[in-house]
Write a new protein. Structure first.
Length: 178
């Protein structure tokens, strides 16, 4: 099987969703395609972080995030898969555990510090972008509440992981001074 089909050469792409036995085709600029693409961007960039990290625990957690993002993209394309609410709870639990040992935040911090932390901060911004696209799609067609919650919590999780990375390396977060 070849990677290209030529079916998208006129600006449309197929979804898993079927009507009368045929895959639904939508514009590559549709809300649906933009949301799926934004999820793919986050997923791909997390792959960059995994490839650069030497921390096996971080890589394992990020790989689980990638799995959830692939599931999310598949759901947005019409599959019957589900993001379980427990996946959001896992993110929340880890954020809460990390917050116990991280210095309290009193103001905004600049993204950056160590390279992995900076990359995690960039992944966070991609997650926020994906969230905006998913919310726009939700305004057009109902999206599962578990997807909306997961993608919202994901950016908080990536932010926290960036802070943990700096903390482990004894790199202080640079606080914004108004």
């Amino acid at each position: 099987m070849t990677i290209y089909t030529k079916k998208g050469d006129k600006g449309k792409t197929g979804l898993f969703k079927k009507v009368n036995g045929k895959s639904v085709r939508v514009s590559k600029s549709s809300c649906n395609t933009r949301a799926i693409g934004a999820i793919d961007e986050v997923d791909s960039f997390i792959g960059v972080v995994i490839s650069l990290s030497h921390d096996e625990y971080l890589k394992e957690r990020l790989h689980q995030v990638q799995n959830n993002l692939l599931t999310t993209g598949s759901i947005l394309a019409g599959s019957d898969l589900k993001i379980q609410p427990s996946e959001t709870k896992k993110l929340e639990k880890e954020i809460d555990e990390c917050d116990k040992f991280l210095p309290a935040l009193t103001n905004f911090i600049f993204p950056g510090g160590s390279p992995i932390a900076a990359y995690l901060q960039y992944a966070r911004t991609l997650a926020r972008k994906a969230e905006r696209e998913v919310v726009a799609l939700n305004e057009e067609t109902r999206i599962s509440a578990s997807i909306l919650k997961y993608i919202n919590r994901l950016s908080d999780y990536l932010f926290t992981l960036a802070r943990v990375e700096n903390f482990k390396l004894k790199v202080k977060d640079e606080v914004w001074k108004k």
